[in-house]
Write a protein that binds this ligand. Structure first.
Ligand code: G1P
Length: 272
């Protein structure tokens, strides 16, 4: 059973400056909810109730959001507006949040390793809140949990991308074992198109087995001089222990202005 979900949320969000000077990028609104709340709701929908946040300096708004706000709630109690807090109350009532800070930017692998004390020795999910996934049925993490129950190994969510874009993603290749499910044999972080083994790109949803922490602690800096989760996963893949899964749903890259606006429009249309 997967109970815990890790949210690396220490990045600066420079693509959204000056908006992200004082507001964490994870708190940017998509309609009436901050980006990270969508990720937490997806994790909850997949049966997880323990949220582990890797934050950094200036990210206090995240912890404040996932906590009660007595004055505000008292003020609107019994009014029409109270129902606007229903979803966040449901999260607060049913989940535990814990936080640790990444003192310096050492890469996604380093952020995940920083979460070891919050996760311990059990399989866990990772959500990169920038990648907002919208589904009509099961969320992406729910789909991946079902797969985990079958394969009991690390899983990455993938999608096909334009081959010219491989230098923005971790790229995988492998053998398709059933429809849309691959046993991974190669993983490369942000290869140039000429070096990419395929156009199958990792998006920000992972299920990881806890041996990843030991592997990460022994993984040398890779692309960009940072500790890459893609490299650590390649160590597991060599033992046949990584599955890549073409998820159902639509992903928006809310780390970019284009994706952020598209996600906003899509959810606005859906809400009408
Ligand atoms: C990270 C990972 C990359 C993955 C991507 C998904 O990169 O390192 O392998 O494809 O997330 O969003 P980042 O976007 O943080 O540079």
């Amino acid at each position: 059973m997967i109970r815990k979900c890790l949210f690396p949320a220490a990045g600066y969000g420079t693509r959204f400056l000056p908006m992200t000077k004082a507001i964490p990028k994870e708190m940017l609104p998509i309609l009436t909810k901050p980006l990270i709340q969508y990720g937490v709701e997806e994790a909850m929908g997949a049966g997880m109730n323990t949220m582990a946040m890797i934050t950094g300096r200036g990210k206090q708004a995240i912890a404040n959001h996932f906590d009660v706000s007595y004055e505000l709630e008292h003020q609107i109690q019994g009014t029409e507006k109270e129902k606007m807090l229903a979803d966040i109350r449901d999260i607060i009532d049913n989940c535990t949040f814990s936080y640790t800070r990444q003192a310096f930017m050492g890469g996604l692998g380093h952020a995940i390793l920083t979460g070891e004390t919050l996760i311990g020795n059990e399989p866990f999910a990772v959500v990169l809140a920038d990648d907002l996934c919208i589904n009509d049925d099961d969320g992406v993490l729910s789909q991946m949990v079902k797969l985990y129950n079958e394969y009991q190994c690390s899983i990455v969510a993938i999608e096909e991308i334009d081959p010219s874009q491989t230098n923005k993603y971790g790229i995988v290749s492998g053998v398709e074992i059933t429809d849309g499910v691959y046993r991974v044999d190669t993983m490369i972080e942000k290869p140039l198109p000429a070096d990419a083994p395929s156009n199958l790109a990792i998006i920000g949803r992972y299920i990881l087995t806890p041996d990843i922490f030991d592997i990460l602690s022994q993984t040398a800096p890779g692309k960009g001089g940072e500790i890459q989760i893609t490299d650590a996963l390649m160590t597991q893949a060599r033992m046949g222990n990584v599955i890549a899964y073409k998820f159902r749903g639509k992903r928006y890259d809310c780390g970019s202005i284009d994706g952020y606006v598209q996600a906003t429009v899509a959810l606005y249309e859906k809400s009408k």
